[in-house]
Design a protein around this ligand. Structure first.
Ligand code: KG4
Ligand code: ZN
Length: 347
């Protein structure tokens, strides 16, 4: 079975073809980062308009790469939520229209299920059950994943998502958008400076809260205070920016690592899956690798290209669902869910 996957929930148009026997056949992506950069964040109206421009050429591109025709596609999976409603509607409309034209099922996929399952696309996939740490721009959540479609929420950020904390801190520091990679680069630069004793210590809220919840919104206030202090002293130079960025990355990755460890201990699970845009962070990967060595647990990351939004994870999640559900035909109509908790999902 060939499943076409279409992702348009935010600022990336992703299209891919997944074959249930042969795996991922082709994928293509257009990132809107350059377009949103000057606004310091995603502008929803521009995002929708851009998805409209990109989605069909990208579909043509993956069909060409996979040497397939539209007639060879057996189902179309699309991101139905959560995300920006206008952006979601582009993917949902195009996917449903394509499915209608071919009389094949359209499968509504949960964006976060796509992220959680993305490490299963690697050559050494995890088996169920596992703990999933989902860290994206909009979500920071820990789940116990017993099987496909069973996501028990163990804990989550009570305010900003980890990716949002990276993005907001980078904005305050004047490091650009998206903030995660920008902070990571500045943090690396700080290490290259060889400064041993950093005088700055940002808070790690809820580190010892005793539960699996997290909080990141206090971080941006602390960053703002540090930035203002440096500005008042006329000392917000590159070194200071890099120092603060380094500490931001340390604080966020400390919190995530500590809560992931607690989730493993609490459930007795032996496998931890990390996904979402922030799972591309190398410092987080280092800290989790150390956790894995010390605690005899295995950690699974998606391939780097599959950490941030992409069509492959949607095609894959759609293909997994197709084994268990029939999908809907286009004439039954379609909807999108800008807000949609993953724990509501069933098979
Ligand atoms: O999963 P994703 O592509 O989109 C959402 O569904 O939100 O995640 C985007 C987030 C952004 O906040 C971005 O700053 C963050 O992932 N991110 C990173 C890195 N690459 C992307 N954060 C830290 N380090 C990175 N290398
Ligand atoms: Zn995402």
């Amino acid at each position: 079975m060939n499943v076409l996957g279409i992702e348009t929930s935010c600022d990336e148009t992703g299209v891919a073809l997944y074959n249930t026997e042969r795996g991922l056949l082709a994928d293509a992506l257009h990132s809107q980062i350059a377009m949103h950069e000057r606004y310091g964040g995603v502008v929803p109206e521009l995002a929708s308009r851009d998805h409209i421009q990109r989605v069909l050429p990208l579909t043509e591109e993956v069909l060409h790469k996979a040497r397939l025709k539209l007639e060879d596609v057996n189902a179309v999976a699309y991101t139905a939520g959560p995300g920006l409603s206008g952006a979601l509607l582009v993917g949902a409309s195009v996917a449903t229209a394509l499915a209608f034209s071919r009389n094949i099922p359209a499968i509504a996929v949960h964006h976060l299920e796509g992220h959680v399952l993305s490490p299963l696309l690697s050559t050494d996939p995890p088996e169920f059950p596992f703990i999933a740490l989902l860290v994206s721009g909009g979500h920071t959540q820990l789940f116990y994943v017993a099987s496909l479609g069973s996501y028990e929420l163990l804990g989550e950020s009570i305010d900003d998502a980890a990716g949002e904390a990276f993005d907001k801190s980078a904005k305050l520091l004047g490091l650009g958008y998206p903030g995660g990679p920008a902070i990571a680069r500045a943090a690396d630069e700080f290490l290259e400076m060889g400064i041993k004793n950093s005088s700055l210590k940002l808070p790690r809220p809820m580190l010892h809260s005793g539960d699996l919840n997290m909080s990141f919104s206090g971080l941006k206030t602390s960053v703002l205070t540090a930035v203002n202090k440096a500005k008042n002293e006329n000392a917000l130079d590159n070194e200071k920016q890099c120092l603060i960025a380094h500490e931001v990355q340390e604080a966020i990755t400390d919190l995530l690592t500590s809560k992931a460890k607690a989730a493993l201990e609490r459930t007795g699970a032996k496998r931890l899956v990390i996904s979402g845009g922030v799972s591309a962070n190398q410092r987080l990967r280092q800290k989790l690798d150390l956790l894995s060595q010390r605690n005899r647990v295995r950690i699974y990351f998606p391939e780097l290209a599959l950490c941030t939004d992409n069509g492959a994870m949607i095609a894959f999640a759609g293909a997994m669902r197709l084994k268990h559900e029939t999908g809907v035909t286009a004439l039954e109509g379609f909807t999108v869910k800008p807000r949609w908790p993953l724990s509501d999902l069933k098979l």
